[in-house]
Design a protein around this ligand. Structure first.
Ligand code: AMP
Length: 147
């Protein structure tokens, strides 16, 4: 039985991301579903309350970060056999962009990790929590407990 038709893997390229991507790939195969990938570059200049922006606002690193992310996404796409048009790179708030792209592209399952690069400081990371609360489709938060 085909439970899902379009699965979206939210990738942050962290160490334990491999566990998450392996599950997304397996679910896509079992459901004969399309698999898409998303990574969101959430760059914001670092600001100190007293001294203002530590990285001046006229130094925009977005382009550099996007170029690096593009390459990583392409590598992941190759590893998981996902075509270029289903490798989505966005700039902004990860939770908002993941939810928006899922809605706009008729995704019926979002797969992400229970926490990301920030570690296990809280039970659910802020991206996982935000997506769980706002997505209109099913969300699978793969439990990561390696750290
Ligand atoms: P977090 O809630 O930030 O600890 O991350 C939880 C999960 O959300 C990660 O394991 C990833 O699957 C996903 N995620 C986090 N940040 C991003 C990002 N910038 N782009 C895409 N997915 C992300």
């Amino acid at each position: 039985m085909q439970l899902y038709q379009h699965i979206l893997l939210a990738a942050d390229f962290s160490e334990h991301g491999k566990t998450v991507s392996a599950k997304a790939k397996q679910l896509a195969e079992q459901n004969q579903a399309r698999l898409s990938l998303i990574h969101v570059v959430d760059y914001l200049p670092i600001t100190d309350v007293t001294y203002g922006p530590i990285i001046p606002f006229d130094v925009d690193l977005t382009e550099e970060l996007v170029a690096i992310a593009e390459q990583r996404l392409a590598d992941l796409g190759q590893e998981l056999d996902v075509d270029k048009e289903r490798q989505w790179l966005e700039v902004g708030s990860p939770k908002l962009e993941i939810v928006r792209m899922a809605e706009e592209n008729d995704v019926d399952l979002i797969v992400l990790g229970s926490h990301g690069r920030g570690g296990l400081a809280v039970l659910l990371g802020s991206t996982a929590d935000g997506v769980l609360h706002h997505a209109k489709c099913d969300v699978l938060a793969v439990r990561l407990k390696d750290d």
